[in-house]
Design a protein around this ligand. Structure first.
Ligand SMILES: [Zn+2]
Ligand SMILES: [Zn+2]
Length: 273
């Protein structure tokens, strides 16, 4: 049995609570994390996006968010490491993350013709983004999305979430040479920046996909470059804190990825058996 056969993920720092669009409070998430044997829980509610306010953390609630998570960190000390983070949207004000334990970054919109088109909302919204935002040119949509992902690097997040989120509702042919080149170049840029690639099971938990982000050919590239991956469930429901991690681990191993990291003690560390 190789070492990766016995690896168990004990840290998840991509989670959402009632402070943004999650179903459960930070305390309820912490209880679930302990019940599932996690040692580290990072709360990463959605940063405020002025152009789409329905799902994210309002600016006026940011102090309450930080206070609640920091109080929880003290309350659970010795039982569960709790970190106060945020999922910063590419188009949010990066200053929102100042003073947090960590933040991750994600692209949830394609900005085209002056409109922020949601990437992971529904098939109709994606179709509208291609038609109205990109003049029907799907390759422009792909290019704008991945340019925004690459732009995240300059914001210096711990890592970039759900690399190929645009596959959730799009009709993009992932086998096309253009798509592969664009996605692989962006992946390479993240690896060059020293970031782990997130294996994100969020869309599986919502029944929207049967594999995690990113797609297998991207995991293969991570393996070829001896890059690392980090597991994140993008959890919006405490019952799904480790949703499909076992299946995702099988894919990671099948791709040949050897380096799996976790966030523990304020830093990325190799996952341990
Ligand atoms: Zn996200
Ligand atoms: Zn998320």
């Amino acid at each position: 049995m190789s070492e990766s056969d016995t690896l168990r993920i004990r840290s998840n720092i991509h989670t959402h609570t009632t402070f943004s669009d999650g179903k459960h409070t930070p305390d309820e998430m912490a209880q679930a994390a302990i019940a599932k044997g996690f040692e580290t829980l990072g709360i990463s509610d959605h940063s405020f996006t002025f152009f789409d306010v329905g799902y994210c953390l309002p600016r006026e609630r940011e102090p309450a968010y930080r206070e609640a998570v920091l109080a929880l960190k003290e309350a659970y000390r010795g039982r569960l490491e709790i970190c106060c983070g945020m999922e910063l949207d590419r188009f949010s004000d990066p200053a929102i993350t100042e003073g947090l334990d960590y933040f991750i970054c994600g692209v949830h919109y394609v900005y085209a013709n002056g409109v922020y088109h949601p990437v992971d909302n529904c098939a109709a919204a994606t179709e509208r983004a291609v038609r109205e935002g990109c003049g029907g040119d799907e390759s422009k949509y792909v290019r704008l999305y991945y340019e925004a992902v690459a732009d995240c690097i300059a914001l210096k997040p711990l890592y970039v979430a759900h690399l190929d989120l645009l596959t959730k509702f799009s009709t993009i042919d992932e086998t096309s040479a253009f798509y592969r080149k664009t996605a692989l170049e962006t992946l390479d840029a993240l690896l060059d920046a020293g970031m782990p690639i997130e294996v994100n099971t969020g869309a599986m938990a919502r029944g929207a996909k049967d594999i995690p982000y990113p797609s297998f050919f991207l995991l293969r590239r991570v393996a070829e470059r001896n890059g690392s991956v980090i597991f994140g469930s993008d959890c919006h429901d405490r019952a799904k804190l480790d949703y499909a991690f076992a299946d995702a681990m099988e894919l990671v191993k099948a791709a040949g990825v050897r380096r799996i990291v976790e966030y523990r003690g304020g830093a990325l560390q190799p996952a341990e058996p």
